[in-house]
Ligand binder design. Structure first.
Ligand SMILES: N[C@@H](CCC(=O)N[C@@H](CS)C(=O)NCC(=O)O)C(=O)O
Length: 291
């Protein structure tokens, strides 16, 4: 293994230089708002402030799945929070997510508006509110929540660990790439073994566990994040690929993937969503070019 240049950490870390790499301009060691903003509020009870990253896609897929089940209370307005522009640090957004990360949801149908942040909490909130996409039997519910929380605990190793050092760091360092590639391949094997005997993560039914896991591990398998499919040999995870394709074919999933997307092919983008009709009436010239 190649040793990187020696670095002696100081006694006390100080924020005195940019870390380098993608997203360095938005990384900061302090919480709180950097500027005043007011969030827009549309006509529906549910207001979503997000972006079509894997964490954001979880929620838009969930809402589109609920609507496809005929649950009209899940109608929502979705607004873009452009994290590359630092919009997550605007005071209006920080009020609904003190952690300054998308996605965040506000439910105006409650006596006073209910804010929900953390994608896993949002999926659970919506599943409980509408009694859908989560098993009711206590044992099956426990299995579903176990996989939901597995995703919440595992994805930071995939994104913040592997993805950061493989795709975003200013230079490639063998040690962290090795360490996190090993962990991510182990995670893919966990999923592959589970999906060998189960159609979906919790058995025969599609649930919030699939909705949480698919945008990360399905995207990884199909080379849609970090361009790492060949490096990680994702095609060898046969059952993950079967499950990924099956979920990708669902119409609500295809709609959910488009909402709040501001990059990639224009035909896959719907910047703001206020109505089911927005998917049909969307025209390319309404959309701004990808950043
Ligand atoms: N655990 C959080 C993670 C959310 C998260 O990391 N969001 C990213 C985009 S995928 C973000 O907003 N990053 C902006 C930043 O770090 O400043 C969740 O699942 O909601």
């Amino acid at each position: 293994m190649n040793a990187p240049a020696e670095y002696e950490p100081p006694k006390v870390w100080k924020w005195d230089s940019e870390s380098g790499g993608a997203f360095a301009n938005i990384n900061r060691p302090i919480a709180g708002a950097t500027h005043d903003t007011e969030l827009p509020v549309g006509k529906h009870p549910l207001q979503l402030y997000s972006l079509a990253t894997p964490n954001g896609v979880k929620v838009t897929v969930m809402l589109e799945e609920l609507l496809a089940l005929g649950i009209s209370g899940a109608e929502y307005d979705a607004y873009v929070i452009n994290i590359r522009e630092g919009e997550q640090f605007g005071s209006g957004f920080v009020d609904i997510n003190p952690n300054s990360k998308i996605p965040a949801l506000v439910d105006h149908s409650t006596d006073t508006p209910t804010r929900v942040f953390e994608s896993g909490a949002i999926l659970l909130y919506l599943a409980e509110k509408f009694g859908a996409l989560m098993p009711k039997d206590p044992s099956q519910r426990a299995e579903c929540l176990s996989w939901l929380f597995w995703q919440m605990g595992s994805a930071p190793y995939l994104g913040g660990g592997f993805g950061h050092f493989y795709a975003y760091a200013p230079f490639k360092i063998e040690y962290p790439i090795n360490r996190f590639a090993m962990e991510v391949k182990r995670q893919l094997d966990v999923l592959d073994r589970r999906l060998a005997d189960n159609q979906f993560m919790c058995g025969d039914d599609y649930t919030i566990a699939d909705i949480a896991i698919w945008p990360w591990y399905g995207a990884l398998a199909k080379n849609k994040v970090y361009e790492a499919a060949e490096f990680l040999d994702t095609k060898s995870y046969e059952h993950v690929n079967r499950w990924t394709d099956e979920i990708a074919a669902r119409e609500p999933v295809q709609r959910g993937r488009m909402v709040n997307r501001i990059n990639g092919p224009l035909e896959e983008q719907l910047h703001e969503r206020h109505d089911a009709g927005d998917f049909a009436t969307r025209t390319q010239d309404k959309l701004e070019p990808a950043e």
